[in-house]
Write a protein that binds this ligand. Structure first.
Ligand code: UDX
Length: 484
């Protein structure tokens, strides 16, 4: 593979840690910097603070060799010719991105007079941030020699390592040939396809190299915000269509399939449910909306995307009421607290928002989540019972709610669920199951964008049936769909 580059990655959160580990996997020498001493010490011991598939393998392979961890930015800069800024850009009160951590790093970088440095903006930032970094560094240290490029990430939590190593595209915004060449060299193992031919590649057999799109810094910064805003728009669009489907008795999953079969639309990100969450979409839409406003453009479409997303939670609460009547005092089983399956992250999770609303309605909740329970316990009151399997969550409950699309929920033994429930009611916020199969299992099944079930009379509630574990429709992250 190509010549190794000495790289510093500033920030060891979801983006920084995955970026550092994957750059080491490509053959570079990487030092990951964070001010959080506890986190750095844990990483030096090989302990990983986040739940990401393949990250343990990468730290096992490269930790202490091509991948080191430190709290000293200065020592990292002394060794590195390229510096990735991957620090947090949280939402400020007004919705705009808080770039104070980015600015702090830029000032620190300017003071480290170690010769030419390439500064790579990896964090999700509004357009012009490269300009601000350039200006801040030039003003802090007029003699500093550097370039600043934008290299936005398109990593999804739970599949971030695969998204890095097998990207749909790599975007580089560079305003100098020298900077562009350095970035092309860094990603050469992927663009040449050489990485995919290496013996122990995490992703092997790619027929061709990854696409690298070289553009200006401003265009690269907008590509990131516009991509996330468009994906969230797709989700809110199908959720709006789901509301219409529900009113006429159509099935939104079939509508989504019919739409998505058009190659101009595409089938992904058309799964209707309780809406999007996570640390990116909500924050990035607010930042994009706020920045457009500052430029004098009122991006009203994004207002509607955010409103539809909020409305999904409210309409799901109404759905629960329509199934169990009064909420007060009801015992509800809950499957899922994370903002999506395959991660332990509960930030901006619609599941948490719905759980908090049910707590306010004085419901008694028994909650199961395979990955996010520990984080949820930190934010939910002690009155919420956490259990370690979905059947205990169902035991004696007036209804079972499905709020997160964990793949394991697809293999539920529905007969056992029906036995455990005090009332045979399942209310699915992620459309994991086929309504007909749920009815066969004797369950009153409510979902999103599909007609509500006909009322089951007690006599109609079948007794024990043959095993009715239902294969559901969740399109789990299918690496094969992107494996070459
Ligand atoms: C997203 C972008 O996909 C990624 O490119 C960017 O770098 C970071 O933000 P992430 O937030 O990790 O990634 O999760 P993603 O898989 O995009 O899901 C975001 C939210 O949308 C989740 O709450 C998910 O449940 C929801 N979603 C996703 C839907 O409701 N319907 C869908 O069809 C897809």
């Amino acid at each position: 593979m190509n010549l190794s580059t000495n790289i510093a990655v500033v920030g060891s959160g979801y983006v920084g840690l995955v970026t550092a580990a994957c750059l080491a996997e490509l053959g570079h020498s990487v030092v990951c910097v964070d001010v959080d001493e506890e986190k750095i010490n844990a990483l030096q011991r090989g302990q990983i603070p986040i739940y990401e598939e393949w990250l343990p393998e990468l730290l096992q392979r490269h930790g202490g060799r091509r991948l080191c961890f430190t709290t000293s930015l200065d020592s990292a800069l002394r060794e590195s010719s390229v510096v990735f800024i991957a620090v947090g850009t949280p939402s400020a009160e007004s919705g705009e991105a808080d770039l104070s951590y980015v600015e702090k790093v830029a000032r620190d970088l300017a003071c480290s007079a170690y010769g030419y440095r390439l500064i790579v903006e990896k964090s999700t930032v509004p357009v012009y941030t490269c300009e601000w970094i350039r200006r801040t560094m030039a003003m802090s240290s007029p003699e500093a020699k550097f370039d600043v490029v934008s290299n936005p990430e398109f990593l999804r939590e739970g599949t971030a390592v695969l998204d890095f190593l097998l990207p749909d595209r790599i975007v580089v915004g560079a305003d100098s040939d020298r900077a562009a060449r350095v970035m092309q060299d860094i990603y050469k193992p992927l663009t040449s396809g050489a990485y995919y031919q290496t013996r122990d590649a995490i992703v092997s057999g790619a027929a061709k190299g990854a696409q690298l799109i070289l553009t200006s810094t401003k265009s690269a910064e907008i590509i990131k915000h516009a991509s996330n805003a468009f994906l969230a728009t797709k989700i809110s669009f199908i959720n709006a269509v789901a509301s219409i489907c529900e009113k006429v008795g159509a099935d939104v999953t079939e509508v989504a399939m019919g739409m998505g079969s058009d190659s101009r639309i595409g089938s992904r990100f058309l799964m209707s449910g309780i809406g999007y969450g996570g640390s990116c979409f909500p924050k990035d839409l607010k930042a994009f909306r706020s920045f457009a406003h500052d430029l004098g453009y009122e991006f009203k479409l994004l207002d509607e995307v955010m409103k539809i997303n909020e409305d999904q939670r409210q309409s799901f609460l109404k759905k629960i009421r329509s199934a169990v009547w009064n909420l007060r005092g009801k015992r509800l089983g809950v499957l899922g607290v994370t903002f999506k399956g395959g991660t332990d992250d509960i930030r901006e999770s619609p599941a948490i928002a719905i759980i908090e609303a049910l707590i306010r309605e004085r419901c008694t909740l028994s909650v199961y989540d395979p990955g996010g329970a520990e984080r949820a316990k930190e934010v939910l009151p002690a009155s919420v019972t956490f259990v370690d399997d979905p059947y205990r969550a169902s035991s004696g409950a007036d209804a079972l709610l499905i709020l997160t699309d964990w793949a394991e929920f697809c293999n539920l033994d529905l007969n056992r669920v029906s036995e455990e429930l005090a009332q045979p009611i399942v209310i699915d916020g992620r459309n994991l199951f086929d309504p007909q199969k749920m009815a066969q299992a004797g369950l009153l099944y409510y979902s999103v964008g599909r007609s509500n079930p006909t009322k089951l009379e007690p006599s109609e509630r079948p007794g024990l049936r043959s095993q009715a574990s239902v294969q559901c429709d969740i399109p789990e992250y299918d690496a094969t769909s992107r494996k070459c």
